[in-house]
Design a protein around this ligand. Structure first.
Ligand SMILES: Cc1cc2nc3c(=O)[nH]c(=O)nc-3n(C[C@H](O)[C@H](O)[C@H](O)COP(=O)(O)O)c2cc1C
Length: 362
């Protein structure tokens, strides 16, 4: 399972965070150290991605993609199989959070109980932030539920009861629209209902991904919570941005999503900065090549060579983010349909000898 690359070795167990402002956080019995979480991302944070992040080290808690609770029950009714999005979950290292979505307390509680008691996941997270129409308008779930905090409370209570002693957390946005920001009220409801942590993406559902995450408002939620940690999320894309967030805002932890897709080593860099250790350099071209190959191997092991090659197009494109020659690499990698084609593209764009002096380039 493990790569021989030094960049991809499992990092040594995290030392306790040294900085006085950045302490490990606790989600029920689960220690999150450092208090830097890998966000759930549908279509991306599957086992292969999580394993890559885990091998680099530095993330205190990893999360699956969001799982439809109804879909989960449907799959279980007809076979012993788990939903495809849960591949790897049964056996992979802990701590691990699994995120579920729906609007029916009974359905969510049934799935939460399975995750907690049969799969022994570390944390069951409920999605109250997804702004996608299929989830909101069609299924009255995700961020749609932010308009009814009392219903959110009933949902959380049911899941907490069903999952006990496994902690249940909630991930929200600031509100449905800029004119209806209600994260303060929602935070209290979430805590009172028995959740063990609250993650807030500093945008509204209406914002989707436009504008900037509003960290001031995230920070203002903190006085509304008495017991549970507040985890801030949105636009953190460098170790310095994370340090700055801890310095400026009243948060207990941070969650990183998009920036990690192209830089799964970011968590390791963040941890080094938080601990005051020497900076972790960007990987070399050779190490990035190994990383792409490793990701491809993990994907193909589950999906097979044909589907794996097609899926790898989108993951490989993420690694091109912000690099020189990215457009050309994307154009090439978007055409691959076989492992041979994938390896050929990687060989062309990540030659064994360094061709340019200043850091990795595609
Ligand atoms: C492709 C993609 C998929 C996402 N899927 C989920 C999801 O399944 N569950 C969830 O709570 N948030 C999901 N999000 C939102 C992220 O977890 C995160 O809240 C958001 O991207 C802001 O953080 P960032 O600025 O670090 O990317 C997704 C975001 C993206 C870009």
């Amino acid at each position: 399972m493990r790569s021989n690359s030094p960049m991809l070795q499992n990092a040594a167990p995290a030392k306790p965070s040294a900085s006085p402002t950045v302490k490990p956080l606790q989600i029920g019995p689960v220690f999150v150290d450092p208090p830097v979480l890998q966000a759930p991302m549908a279509g991306f944070t599957n086992y292969a991605f999580r394993q890559i992040v885990r091998e680099f080290g530095g993330a205190g808690l990893l999360a699956t993609e969001m799982i439809s609770a109804r879909g989960f029950l449907g799959t279980c009714k007809h076979s012993d199989r788990l939903p495809d999005r849960l591949w790897g979950v049964a056996d992979e290292p802990r701590p691990l959070a699994v995120q579920i979505w729906d609007n029916d307390p009974d359905v969510l509680a049934a799935v939460g109980a399975k995750l907690a008691h049969e799969l022994n996941v570390s944390v069951v997270d409920i999605n109250f932030g997804c702004p996608v129409r299929q989830v909101t308008e069609r299924a009255k779930s995700g961020s749609y539920l932010l308009r009814d905090p009392q219903r959110m409370g009933r949902i959380i209570e049911r899941i907490v009861d069903a999952c006990r002693p496994t902690p249940v957390t909630a991930k929200i946005r600031l509100g449905c629209t800029r004119n209806s920001i209600n994260a303060f009220e929602v935070a209290q409801v979430v805590e009172t209902a028995g959740a063990a942590a609250l993650t807030v993406h500093g945008r509204t559902a209406e914002d989707f991904f436009t504008g900037s995450a509003d960290w001031e408002t995230i920070s203002q939620i903190k006085p509304h919570l008495k017991r549970i940690p507040l985890i801030g999320n949105g636009d953190l894309n460098t170790p310095e941005a994370v340090l700055d967030a801890f310095a400026r805002y009243a948060i207990d932890g941070v969650m990183i999503a998009r920036a990690a897709l192209g830089k799964p080593w970011l968590f390791r860099q963040v941890r080094a900065l938080l601990l005051g250790e020497p900076p972790v350099p960007e990987p070399t071209l050779e190490q990035e090549r190994e990383l792409l190959t490793r990701h491809f191997e993990l994907i193909c092991r589950h999906f097979g060579a044909e589907k794996g090659s097609l899926l790898m197009r989108k993951y490989a494109c993420c690694y091109a983010q912000g690099r020189r020659g990215a457009r050309k690499f994307r154009a090439h990698v978007a055409m691959i349909s076989t492992p041979e084609e994938f390896h050929e593209v990687v060989k062309t764009h990540f030659p064994r000898e360094r061709v340019c002096g200043n850091g990795p380039s595609l």
